[in-house]
Design a binder for this molecule. Sequence first.
Ligand code: GDP
Ligand code: MN
Length: 388
Amino acid sequence: MDLLEYQGKQLFARHGLRVSSGKAVTTVEDARKAAEEVGYPVVVKAQVLIGGRGKAGGVKLAADAEETAMHAGNILGMDIHGHTVNTLWIEHASDIATEYYASVLLDRSAKKPLVMFSVEGGVDIEQVAEESPEKLIRHHVDPLEGLSREEAREIARRGGVDPDVVEGVADALVALYEVWKAEDATLAEINPLIVTPEREVKALDAKVSLDANALYRHPENQSLADGENEDPIERRAKEEGVQYVKLDGDIGILGNGAGLVMSTLDVVAQAGGSPANFLDAGGGSDAEKIKQAVELILANDAVKAVLFNIFGGITRGDEVAKGLIAAFDEIRPSVPFVVRLDGTNDVEGRRLLQEAALPNVHAAQTMNDAAELVVALAAGQKGAEVHV
Ligand code: GDP
Ligand code: MN
């Protein structure tokens, strides 16, 4: 569960990390009022769940009320890589002497928390990792011991920070580790962590992801989950009780059983495609449930083709086929569907699908065939001539 910058900063402040004071607003008028309160100059910042806001024009400095209103007006409603800006964060602008990078995340292969630090902050950290990996310090933490001050100082020294800010950076790292651990975050990142001309170390940006499965331990964070952080389709799926996770690609996926859906994602990726979602329809085969799932998948505009991967166990293939036919009769999808039916009563199921001759619906027998076909359809390489 990703948090907006200003929400991340609230968690930072809770654990003693320095941040600038500011206000979240949703109108130009409130932006102006907030700027008066925090004091000029201010920085007007788009609050969207995607990085690179600065480059996209979503972060602007304003010296007075007029500039604040102008930038707020421009940024509100702006589209940043597919995310519409509804909220602005207005904070007192900082003077910057140096920009660093710091993050804490879980390194699953090492089974340990990983602290990363670089004096090359403010830029894309993947680029630093690729072009000058020696400038990215990686330090694994013993999860039972936590990050000690001495370790934090050592990270700062190894990173090559100015000697007079070793203590300040160590403070920030210890606090960031505490945010990560105490809030059950999966990621806590600061880019940039700045040093001001007065040699104060503070977080100018915040990227925090919380573990949604641990939210029950943090009732005070519950409200963060209700807002605009959640993807609207994921929210709808949750309300409908469907296991759906939005992904970045253009091939909609549905399967029965979480394991099957996960391997479907892999097979589609192997065939050169990019899945648009995870959706586990469970053991359901009735038309109403399938209709609901199809509507969720198609609510994502990026979807160009859909793969249904059904393995009949207790769920019988012919029943699934009947459900599909009834659902598609009603929905009439505009993008092509590939349906792979295997398992109990699969032959009968495929026969029913063939007989129904639903436009835009293609049957496939194996998972690999289905994946290849759906990838080709999404790429627009095959048209209506595709058969069963
Ligand atoms: P991102 O582009 O989404 O990562 O947004 P950031 O919050 O990191 O801001 C982008 C850049 O804007 C930063 O790297 C800074 O260079 C600049 N910036 C942000 N806040 C301030 C500020 O208070 N003062 C100054 N001078 N620059 C700022
Ligand atoms: Mn940033």
